[in-house]
Design a protein. Structure first.
Length: 455
């Protein structure tokens, strides 16, 4: 890109796009594409259709690929004579929005002085639309790069059918690199380029000891209580106060972060106070900043997410419930394998309580990329161009199942340029995005496209 001649043009394009960007974001946010909810099949279809229409309206070809689950939308800008193809990945499914802390209806789009409120605004519909605007500018201004889009509708449930889409289409999706925009900055003043993602297993422990609720005054003391027994089992799986996992062999394959990585963590601009404020923590397991970063980015976890069973309404009803279900997950790091970790958990639980069933829900492998190379250099330059700030190199504590699958089938470099901020509320009530991140993101993506085309 001829920097000086195109800078004014790009700035003008970004500002002139604002009203349309807000309108399109509002339309797609108001479709509740909750992949976790089986009753939302029509909404998932509506979201895919609208996303494909956006791509066509911007000048790309677009197709909807069916799977046994939700579809995948593919778009492509084809440039005659272009020698390289870059693929942009985003997802347009969202988390449920049932938290009582929502101050507005979660699927009613609201503009508030440059902030955009609604489920999916930052995770990941806002960044997806930002990349689309950048691609249109790049094509219209002669950047010689084919730009392909993959928009998934099952990322929030572990990309369970993404491989079903990717395997038969790998040859037609051939690309030179992948850009993922589904990650978070350290703070508004510190962009981040992640190079690693944690893997994950999600699973259930279930126990049934009788058929119906019984009165504790009549059966208590003799009757088994499945909720109490599940609590006992999980207490022998991990120490809830420290987070240390007690399952034999759980840590055997963990690849420790290198000295260079730890130095990058410390140089990232991470503020423990700001982090606690953003997530409204009253206390943590540790107040050592480096230890916090290691635990979130480079160490595995065992987490309990829900205990289901018994009486849950107001007051105390003295029943002994017949069954219980405990929902849990483990975040995994290189070189842990989900299959092995699940086997270790299942064997450990069987020894504690053979009546407890452990059921696998979903699994994802961890991902670790390369810190060096021309694509990373291009990403650094692009972020500095779009936001006038230098990025930090970090790992992400979350998981993106499609990344591992794309690495497996496309076998190309994968780079992460996210736009979300901690205060945007990933997976949280009152999720939001803002024009500042969208505007800077459009410029950064255009610069990245230009850099890749010139390699």
């Amino acid at each position: 890109m001829a920097e000086q001649s195109n800078l004014g043009s790009l700035n003008s394009y970004v500002e002139s796009s604002r009203l349309q960007f807000e309108d399109l974001l509002g339309q797609i946010v108001e479709i509740p594409t909750i992949s976790m909810d089986p009753s939302k099949k029509q909404e998932m279809r509506d979201g895919a259709e609208l996303a494909a229409q956006y791509l066509r309206d911007f000048g790309a070809t677009a197709s909807i690929h069916e799977t046994k689950g939700n579809p995948v939308v593919v778009g492509r800008f084809q440039v005659p004579g272009a020698k390289r193809t870059l693929t942009v990945y985003n997802h347009i499914d969202v988390q449920p929005a049932q938290e009582p802390e929502w101050t507005r209806a979660p699927f009613v789009f609201v503009k508030d002085n440059g902030r955009y409120l609604g489920r999916g605004t930052t995770d990941d519909k806002g960044p997806a639309l930002t990349a689309l605007y950048a691609a249109r500018y790049a094509i219209q201004n002669g950047i010689p790069l084919n730009i392909q889009f993959i928009w998934e509708l099952e990322e929030e449930i572990g990309s369970s059918h993404f491989e079903e889409f990717m395997k038969p289409n790998a040859s037609s999706l051939k690309t030179d690199s992948v850009l993922v925009s589904d990650t978070m900055w350290i703070s508004r003043n510190k962009p981040a380029i992640p190079y690693g993602l944690r893997g994950m297993i999600t699973a259930l422990m279930t126990l049934q000891t009788h058929v119906k609720d019984t009165h504790s005054g009549v059966t208590g003391g003799a009757a088994r209580n499945p909720l109490g027994e599940l609590c006992q089992v999980v207490s022998r799986c991990y120490d809830a106060r420290t987070g240390k996992v007690k399952i034999p062999g759980f840590y055997d394959d963990v690849k420790p972060a290198s000295r260079k990585e730890l130095a990058h963590f410390l140089e990232s601009g991470f503020s423990l106070k700001r982090w606690k404020d953003v997530y409204q923590f009253k206390s943590l397991r540790t107040n050592d900043p480096l230890e916090v970063l290691k635990r979130v980015w480079a160490m595995p976890t065992f987490e309990v997410h829900g205990l289901v069973g018994g009486y849950i309404d107001h007051g105390v009803k003295t029943v002994v419930p017949p069954k219980g279900e405990l929902k849990f997950s483990c975040r995994l790091v290189p070189d842990q394998k989900p299959e092995k970790i699940f086997r270790l958990i299942k064997n450990h639980v069987r020894k504690i309580n053979p009546d407890v069933k452990v059921i696998l829900d979903a699994k994802l492998d961890p991902y670790l990329g390369d810190l060096s190379g021309s694509y990373t250099d291009s990403a650094i330059d692009a972020i500095e161009y779009g936001f006038s700030r230098s990025p930090a190199f970090i790992r992400e504590g979350g998981s993106i199942g499609a990344v591992v699958t794309m690495q497996k089938y496309l076998k190309v470099p994968i780079v992460f340029i996210g736009l979300s901020l901690p205060e945007h509320g990933y997976h949280a009530p009152n999720e939001n995005f803002d024009w500042g991140q969208a505007a800077g993101g459009m410029k950064a993506f255009v610069k990245y496209f230009s850099n890749v085309a010139a390699m």
